[in-house]
Design a protein around this ligand. Structure first.
Ligand SMILES: [Zn+2]
Ligand SMILES: [Zn+2]
Ligand SMILES: [Zn+2]
Length: 334
């Protein structure tokens, strides 16, 4: 950004809803994301060179997602912007920025007075480099809520990452705010480790169920994100949502570790459980692992193409080369 003491352009607040589609618009590299309902609310007039502070107003915690500079004025038939600051991973809390400014900002699209606009940019820069802890503001009232609850069960692992207190993490309780989270986990408090609790309180964090599934591999067969962990034998306590209890009898040639919630494909991450593909076999459905990208091959980060991911599909030997996702030595018979 330019030195804000020389700022001559005006600063406008621009709203973006629904917030999940704004997040997808700025952060999701997959080409099939649904942003059809994404709407931006602009102030009445602006000039080329003005700055838009884009705010998600319908998120649990209203948040700044990006600051953009407009290349066109409000009379242009098509607006063009480029990024000025951000985009900010998981958002910057508006309440935290307001606390730095010691004033409240308009809740709708608005053009700010020059002095306030300048101070806002400084506050955004400070908040981006040293974010205020959610525990200071407790915007969602989680700390106030959980103070009244009995302590969590000592055997319970973190509902998101699955770690226990004996793994060296401190566990605490989190109040679920969202209806779909309550449907998935139930209405009680959720036991989570401190790092996951911090993850859940980022202004533009996904729900606790999505944070949990984010720790799991994608389905190798259909790329679904909601994959269930399979637990064998008798666990110490109820396994919790997102987990299958499989009893003690293993019927497949390997011990399944995961089950896809969409297509029911079961697999283990352990390559040793599968036989390597005979070299003469050219027409088989196989299990493979996406290779790391060789130098010079551009592969933007996406969970679907992330290096090391297990995938299954039809094997075509002629397409396997050193630059292929299906690198040598990683193909297994299904
Ligand atoms: Zn955790
Ligand atoms: Zn919480
Ligand atoms: Zn699947």
């Amino acid at each position: 950004m330019t030195d804000s003491s020389e700022l001559t352009s005006r600063v406008h607040l621009v709203t973006a809803t629904p917030w999940q589609q704004a997040v997808d618009c700025y952060f999701n590299p997959d080409d099939d994301v649904d942003i059809d309902d994404l709407r931006f609310g602009f102030p009445g007039r602006w000039d080329a060179g003005d700055l838009f502070v884009v705010v998600t107003t319908d998120s649990h915690t209203p948040a700044i997602i990006v600051v953009e500079e407009s290349e066109t004025d409000s009379d242009a038939t098509r607006s063009h912007e480029h990024t000025y600051m951000g985009p900010f991973d998981f958002g910057l809390s508006i309440a935290a920025v307001e606390a730095r400014l010691a004033t409240t900002l308009p809740a709708e699209a608005a053009t700010l007075a020059p002095k306030l606009g300048e101070r806002l940019l400084q506050a955004i820069e400070s908040e981006a480099s040293d974010p205020t802890s959610w525990r200071e503001l407790d915007e969602r009232g989680c700390l106030a809520d959980v103070a009244d609850w009995p302590p969590h069960d000592s055997w319970a692992p973190c509902a998101c990452c699955g770690r226990h207190s004996y793994d060296g993490v401190e566990l605490e309780q989190h109040a679920l705010a969202d209806e779909h989270e309550q449907e998935f986990f139930g209405f009680g408090p959720l036991t989570v480790c401190m790092p996951c609790h911090d993850r859940l309180h980022r202004p533009l964090a996904p729900g606790a169920d999505d944070v949990m599934f984010g720790f799991r591999p994608l389905c190798p067969s259909c790329s679904a994100m909601r994959t269930f962990r399979v637990i064998w034998g008798m666990p110490a306590g109820p396994p919790g949502p997102g987990t299958d209890i499989a009893g003690c009898v293993i019927t497949s040639p390997f011990t399944p570790e995961y089950r896809c919630g969409e297509c029911d494909y079961v697999w283990t991450d352990d390559d040793e459980a599968y036989r390597p593909l005979p070299p003469e076999d050219t027409d088989a459905r196989v299990r493979a692992r996406i290779d790391t990208a060789p130098p010079g091959v551009y592969r933007p980060f996406s969970r679907v193409t992330e290096p090391g991911r297990v995938i299954v599909g039809d094997y075509m030997a002629r397409q396997v080369s050193s630059s292929s996702a299906w690198g040598p030595g990683v193909v297994h018979e299904l």
